[in-house]
Ligand binder design. Sequence first.
Ligand SMILES: C[S@@+](CC[C@H](N)C(=O)[O-])C[C@H]1O[C@@H](n2cnc3c(N)ncnc32)[C@H](O)[C@@H]1O
Length: 275
Amino acid sequence: LTPREAVRDAERRLAAAGVPGARTDAEILVSHVLGVSRSALPVLDRGLMPEELARLRALLERRGRREPLQHVVGEWGFRRLTLAVDGRALVPRPETEVVVERCLEFLDGVEAPRVVDVGTGSGAIALALADEHPGARVSATDASPEALALARENVVRTGLAGRVDLVEGDLLAGLVGPFDLVVANPPYVAEDELAGLEPEVRDHDPREALVAPGISERLAREAIGVLNPGGRLVLEVGDDQARAVAELLTALGYDDVTVTRDLAGVERVVDATPA
Ligand SMILES: C[S@@+](CC[C@H](N)C(=O)[O-])C[C@H]1O[C@@H](n2cnc3c(N)ncnc32)[C@H](O)[C@@H]1O
């Protein structure tokens, strides 16, 4: 098969399995198997070898069962990094890149900020901050040992060992402040929304990465005790949750509460400084 024929065949198989965005996924999987970028596919002048075709078919089977594309590929881009991703932690999402942006704005000009990323999952936020702020010293926590094992792989893979410490525990337990920044993308799916999610998320992201009622409030209360004067709490929030979280932070005594939209225009990040 030529790459073009392989893409057409892959698209047909994925569409027949009910996968949304079958064309894009087909292009990504064919280029992954061929080891080229997606943009290079149309100009590649060689066909797929039998073992490449067999590998492609195996990946298409998995995607056809609604395994997330990112798990099937095994790695995914986040900010400037390429991270290993699998079922041990949430797949890092584009909206979370806006959280990193917001943190970097706050840390701009702070030479050696101490940062903690709570519920680090794959390590995405912690690693991106260490990568993009060369002076930052980052602690990353998670209650899930499986997630931390994946984060550890990503620390090594990104060459950021020595810049990011991994700590297993509940929220800020075991961490000694003060910190300049506490950031989290906490689980923010309501229990009754779970069934309505896409199968890729519902069946493949760990449940403890999706649902944890009251976690933002608990973290906001704990963060007051570890933040430096003038330090910042930065939280990612679910659709339609920004107002409620902003009000919660104000009620807990935070000042300068700011809401930032993601690239889709959704109010996605709420941050504030303890009074
Ligand atoms: C929505 S995921 C975010 C993962 C990653 N930060 C990202 O943005 O891709 C939330 C993470 O919080 C962790 N978590 C849930 N409850 C926790 C708790 N009480 N203490 C620490 N981590 C927790 C989960 O294991 C999961 O890895």
